[in-house]
Ligand binder design. Structure first.
Ligand code: WTA
Length: 650
């Protein structure tokens, strides 16, 4: 068993006694600092958007929002199909815009949107924008790790590069429905690779470049790709990470388990490492630069059904191994595009920068797909926000005249600590809207972001959502209504939150409890790859009739939603979801550890840190060396490789 470190430590956790198949038996502590700050915040804390801002906003008032929201709830089919019609469909969806069963008592959980509609998300991101006359518009500004290394691609150029890679992949034998594992850092080649897969109907599985070989093996074993796409190395800040070595180790481990990889397409990232220094497996490894540019710059689109899979993305749960979240094409396309447009009040003249990595859902939905579906100009940044110094973000904002800046509370808190002067020495006058994601943002970090970074001019969209939801669920629409620092405010169109008690009864008005969602929305994931039963058990069985988010939530008297953190056995370290069970099983795999119990503890910058209680094997004395060796074991099995953790959403 384990004892808890601090008396009263649990006092802010929800009394959880739900008898379900998932492990809700004890909760991780709600971030007490956050909760205290949130509870103390008053109505006078309302922060109003300026009239100038509201008057030009897509949704200029609460009233307009309520009208649209009402329509989205009363007639979801009508609401979403009129938005979907703005995209290109080779064939329109069938009579039924959507069908859903999310109630386990009524049979298998099944969700479909735009079934029978034939489309392609890459076509809608690229060809559609080029054909509309925007081929010359910058699609990607790429900023390298070093401040003087950069590049850019217009929509036409991006389309050509995507087509070349798509042609190569087809030649390498990748067909519709095949999986491709992508293990790339934030080079332009990462969104290029995602879009190339989508173009030919292949399913991408992007693995955050920095995850250990073990994690990569597990993802390879799961989806059995023909091709792995990687690069030789990357520099993050002053450090070089040898990604190809990690891939080599993973591929040889996978081969021992019976899954062999035919092709490892390797991009030569010259600024980090030269070819000569890269270990090479003749026959299997191929330099991207040697083959891809030789292919034609056009490539026919593989038309797919709206419900054909687009990608897998793994995320930690409260039990067992990471889960392969599966998103399909049509609904995800419509949902990411619409949420992006509204939550950032997107205008064609905007320059958008999201500091996340494409290895996470934020990078899938809000670096690649959502923005490009809108024809937006996106900044892709290879480096870290503290290199060469803590002013790098604002340097980049000024360099590209970034108007929409989307980041994570953990970065905000860490930059807050180093001092305002890193911010104020840059102009930042291009900024229009700020965004936050990944964990609850405490009101003091919110205020610093608002006052110092945004010069008290820019609304903040604190977007609550999850890998599973595909896109934003609860978020401000800047310009639409006043914000309360620390609150994600109101549900997006089509989203019906329900706060339930431990028995699953929906609470009304001002309340707090478990955050669930009623009904499906186009962007929701359709299954856990290869394990539909776990999908149902984890998300739909805890509170029958609802999708259960795993988060706690409070609704105040004005109807504003305040997310309070996970209530299951998942901890959130710098916005990085980590299952306590995963850490525990890594610890007990250590020969000198017989038992382990892991909890989250409050952390000033990271939100939560990991705290482990261990029982050592008989006769083994505790030592500093052993402590380090246990941490290393966890690092190796569960966490991204060294230095990479800081890239989570930074
Ligand atoms: C947390 C990231 C409060 C939450 C997009 C959720 C948040 C988990 C917020 C999903 C927010 C994300 N306010 N909490 N604005 N955004 N979370 O799957 O606990 O990596 O369940 O998706 O992050 O993390 P994931």
């Amino acid at each position: 068993g384990c004892s808890y470190p601090v008396e009263g430590f649990w006092k802010h956790s929800y009394p959880i006694s739900v008898n379900t198949a998932t492990s809700l038996s004890h909760s991780t502590p709600i971030n007490a600092v956050l909760l205290k700050e949130a509870l103390e915040s008053k109505e006078s804390d309302l922060v109003f958007p300026s009239e100038d801002f509201s008057s030009q906003a897509l949704v200029p008032s609460r009233q307009k929002y309520l009208e649209m929201y009402k329509k989205s709830i009363e007639d979801p089919a009508g609401f979403w199909s009129s938005i979907a019609s703005q995209f290109y469909w080779k064939e329109k969806w069938g009579k039924q815009v959507f069908s859903e069963n999310i109630d386990v008592s009524k049979g298998d959980v099944k969700i479909e949107w735009f079934k029978g509609g034939i489309t392609n998300i890459c076509y809608n991101c690229l060809d559609r924008n080029v054909e509309a006359g925007n081929g010359g518009k910058i699609a990607i500004y790429w900023e390298g790790n070093e401040p003087n290394i950069d590049g850019s691609l217009t929509y036409s150029e991006l389309l050509q590069k995507v087509c070349q890679l798509a042609n190569y992949l087809k030649d390498a034998g990748v067909k519709k429905g095949d999986a491709v594992v992508i293990y790339l850092p934030m080079l332009m080649e990462l969104p290029i690779a995602m879009l190339a897969c989508a173009r030919i109907g292949a399913i991408h599985s992007v693995v955050f470049a920095g995850f250990s070989a073990d994690s990569l093996v597990q993802r390879i074993m799961d989806c059995k790709p023909k091709v792995v796409i990687t690069c030789n190395a990357v520099k993050r800040g002053p450090k070089v990470l040898h990604l190809k070595d990690i891939v080599d180790a993973a591929i040889s481990q996978s081969a021992k388990n019976g899954i062999s990889i035919d092709v490892c397409l390797t991009y030569e990232n010259q600024s980090a490492m030269t070819r000569g220094d890269t270990k090479w497996h003749q026959g299997r490894d191929i330099w991207w630069q040697d083959v891809v540019p030789k292919y034609p710059m056009t490539c026919e689109v593989e038309w797919v059904d709206a419900e054909d899979p687009l990608f897998f993305l793994y995320t930690s749960g409260s039990t067992g191994k990471p889960k392969g979240v599966l998103h399909t094409t049509g609904g995800y396309m419509v949902y990411t595009a619409t949420t992006f447009k509204h939550a950032f009040d997107y205008k064609p003249s905007d320059v958008y920068w999201c500091t996340a990595d494409c290895g996470w859902i934020t990078g899938h939905s809000y670096i690649t797909y959502g923005p490009m579906l809108n024809g937006a100009t996106v900044v892709v940044f290879e480096g870290v926000p503290t290199y060469p110094d803590a002013g790098r973000c604002w340097d980049i904002v000024d360099k590209y005249k970034v108007t929409l800046f989307y980041t994570a509370p953990t970065l905000i808190r860490s930059l807050m600590r180093v001092g305002d002067e890193y911010v104020t020495r840059y102009s930042r006058k291009s900024l229009r809207v700020l965004g936050s994601v990944g964990e609850p943002i405490n009101p003091s970090a919110w205020r610093w972001f608002f006052n110092v970074v945004g010069d008290s001019r820019c609304p903040i969209s604190d977007t609550w959502w999850q890998t599973e939801t595909g896109g934003f669920m609860i978020t401000p629409l800047p310009g639409g209504w006043p914000q309360k620092p620390g609150s994600a405010t109101f549900p997006f169109f089509g989203v019906q939150p329900a706060i339930v008690d431990e028995k699953g009864a929906e609470l009304q008005g001002e309340c707090s409890g478990y955050l669930c969602l009623k009904h499906s929305w186009p962007g929701v994931f359709r299954t856990l790859y290869g394990d539909h039963e776990r999908y149902e058990t984890t998300y739909f069985k805890p509170f029958p009739g609802y999708y259960f988010s795993g988060d706690g939530c409070r609704r105040d008297k004005d109807g504003y939603y305040w997310l309070t953190g996970r209530v299951d056995d998942v901890i959130n370290v710098s916005g990085h979801r980590i299952g306590t069970a995963e850490v525990e099983s890594a610890l007990i795999s250590h020969s000198q550890c017989s038992e382990a119990a892991v909890v989250g503890v409050e952390h000033e910058v990271k939100g939560q840190g990991i705290y482990a209680f261990v029982t050592l094997a008989d006769g083994v004395p505790y030592s500093e060396e052993l402590r380090k060796s246990l941490i290393l074991t966890v690092r190796k099995q569960v966490l991204p490789a060294e230095n990479a953790a800081s890239r989570r959403r930074l």
